[in-house]
Design a protein around this ligand. Structure first.
Ligand code: NAG
Ligand code: NAG
Ligand code: NAG
Ligand code: NAG
Length: 577
């Protein structure tokens, strides 16, 4: 049997500038000469490192796979090849991990790049090896973390390995820690009125704040009536100075693709002494007929010559800069707003007028219905509410009316699918909703409120008809109805027992008013429950049917006017209607 030598190394790693000593051992060592071989991974490319040396020790300074053989006599008789020994070599280049962009905390969903930088040498000289959480060898020095999540958190380190000689590598770099937060940051807005009172400075910041606040770009919005929020500007200083009244909010974004924080709460900028113009119409009839032109006028107190007028309509156009406009719209009722901008000081703008509409009559106006699901007046934030319009029309829109400070909003539900409008609010809200059809049908208006609280009253959205029965209850977020509930009517305790329901078997007018409930010390917001009084002969809101006959023209024309005064009661409350 041929002998087989064994190889030993004093160490497996050649330090920078150092060497490793290999020893080839075979029985009767003095009888043999020594042959050394090396390759760097490809066994078809074996190099001879040394041959015919009488010493069985060599010093090497290159990495690779080494083995030896002994030989003696002439012609040379060779032993078997020894087993292989892998020797790694460290080169003097230093690896380091950098983040681009260099944010200490990144948020779930963001995209960042980790880079392995190697000092000296050429960039294309290396392949890059990463430890966990990447655990991979990559041909380029960049690794993109797309859509970061908690599993992207960790200590990143890398090394470079010579492409030509995979047994030569840098040391592992120091670690760079990446922290991915699952919590989405939120923008926060702080208003500050200057002492003269003419302007307001709004400051936007990101919560939770981190030392990388400079990485954010701040986006500013003002909510204009009847339209989507207007983007005002975006920059990195997070400040907006304005003298224009309105509802403002901001958000911040960074990176590419842009990652946005949650939007801030809205703040109302309400500089005192601003006027609110009034829209009037001519001719000033309460109901207009088809194909009648009307003139709308924007009226501001004082010097009319000092103002430039701005108009907005619910269909988004800006019809005029004069103080009056011509309205000729026959489809969906159109709402108009106007405001004045002072010629001598263009930053001085009035409030927008209250929304104005001139309804073109189509006789008789059939009533539409509006149903709400879940069927209650109070709703939880982040739970969706569906409004459904019913009636003889193919095209519907849901209108929303709300008042915040001096701001009066009238908005169209943009997310309509057929006759359904779905709302899902993250902030509390109190608004009035109704349906309108293209053919002129209107539903009654309903109050809907959205609350951050976890305890809500379940009460009807529509007024209850006199004599009908109604049941009120109390509900915790995510749970069914509760028992052990206290009910209040106009702040007076009216029921305190374990039934959990307030049942009124025959509603009368005295039951109208504000209701709220209480459960283990928590009190719900209150809601108005209306009572629809049944028409009585002596009651002034009895519907009146007027029938007028006209004979003698071409055939017979019969005009029927049906005036539902009890219905009009709801409309009168909102003066713009
Ligand atoms: C190997 O390294 C040792 C010190 O670690 C040094 O004394 C010796 O001269 C080196 N040998 C060669 C051949 O470079
Ligand atoms: C190994 O070396 C041979 C000879 O140089 C070459 O033909 C072959 O492509 C190499 N194989 C690899 C996997 O690099
Ligand atoms: C409502 O919105 C919240 C947050 O925006 C979301 O978590 C929730 O799933 C939404 N609810 C529905 C029913 O769509
Ligand atoms: C809406 O609530 C107010 C009180 O907040 C009440 O006066 C009004 O009648 C309610 N409207 C309807 C349609 O219930």
């Amino acid at each position: 049997d041929k002998p087989r030598p064994t190889v030993r190394a004093d160490k497996r790693l050649i330090p920078v500038g150092g060497n490793v000593t290999l020893t080839c051992s075979v029985d009767n060592p003095t009888e043999w000469k020594y042959y050394w071989f090396r390759h760097t991974g490809n066994i078809s490319e074996v190099q001879t490192v040394d041959e015919g040396k009488s010493e069985n020790v060599i010093s090497i300074s290159q990495g690779g796979v080494y083995y030896c053989q002994g030989g003696r006599g002439s012609p040379v008789f060779f032993t078997e090849e020894s087993h292989r020994i892998n020797i790694e070599k460290r080169v003097s280049n230093m690896a380091s991990v950098s983040l681009r962009p260099d944010w200490p905390v990144i948020y779930s969903g963001e995209t960042i790049t980790v880079r392995c930088e190697i000092s000296g040498g050429r960039n294309n000289e290396w392949v890059y090896e990463w430890s966990k959480p990447i655990s991979d060898t990559l041909p380029t020095n960049e690794y993109r973390i797309v859509d970061a999540s908690e599993s992207s958190s960790g200590n990143y380190r890398c090394l470079g390995r010579n492409k030509q000689d995979l047994y030569s590598s840098t040391e592992w770099s120091d670690i760079t820690t990446v922290t991915v937060s699952e919590q989405r940051p939120k923008a926060q807005i702080i208003p500050d009125r200057d002492s003269a009172g003419g302007t307001v400075t709004l400051t936007c910041s990101v919560k939770p704040s981190s030392s990388s606040s400079s990485s954010w770009t701040y986006y500013w919005y003002r909510v204009e009536i009847a339209s989507k929020p207007v983007e005002l500007k975006s920059d990195t200083n997070g400040e907006l100075v304005t003298s224009e009244n309105g509802l403002y909010f901001c958000r911040a974004g960074r990176g590419r693709p842009v990652y946005y924080t949650e939007s801030s709460q809205s703040v109302t900028v309400d500089i005192p002494d601003k006027q609110r113009p009034v829209v009037t119409q001519q001719p000033n009839w309460s109901t207009m007929y088809y194909h009648r032109e009307i003139i709308l006028r924007c009226e501001i107190q004082g010097q009319p010559t000092d103002w430039v007028f701005e108009w907005i309509s619910s269909s988004g156009d800006a019809p005029s800069t004069q103080n009056d406009i011509l309205s000729l719209d026959y489809s969906f009722s159109k709402y108009y707003w106007c405001r004045g901008r002072r010629k001598s000081d263009p930053h001085d703008v009035t409030w927008w007028s209250a929304p104005f509409t001139s309804r073109y009559a189509s006789y008789p106006h059939p009533a539409a219905s509006l149903s709400v699901s879940p069927d209650r007046e109070q709703h939880f934030t982040s739970e969706s509410v569906t409004l459904n319009c019913g009636g003889n029309s193919a095209e519907w829109r849901v209108m929303k009316f709300s008042v915040t400070g001096h701001l009066i909003y009238l908005r169209i539900c943009w997310a309509m699918t057929g006759s359904l409008c779905t709302i899902n609010r993250t902030h509390s809200d109190k608004s009035v909703y109704w349906c309108e059809s293209k053919s002129g049908e209107f539903s009654a208006a309903v109050n809907l409120t959205v609350h951050n609280e976890d305890l809500l009253l379940v009460s009807p959205v529509h007024p209850v008809t006199e004599g009908a029965s109604v049941t009120l209850s109390c509900r915790l977020r995510g749970e069914n109805k509760l028992s052990d509930v206290i009910f209040y009517h106009n702040d007076k305790l009216i029921q305190n027992d374990s039934r959990g329901e307030l049942k009124i078997s025959a509603v009368s007018q005295s039951d109208e008013g504000f209701y709220k409930c209480e459960h283990s010390g928590n009190v719900s917001p209150q809601s108005w429950m209306g009572v629809k009084v049944l028409p009585r002969p002596e009651h002034p809101s009895f519907p009146v049917l007027l029938v007028a006959g006209l004979g003698g023209l071409s055939g017979k024309i019969l005009i029927i006017l049906l005036i539902l005064l009890s219905h009009c009661r709801y409309l009168k409350g909102d003066s713009f209607l």
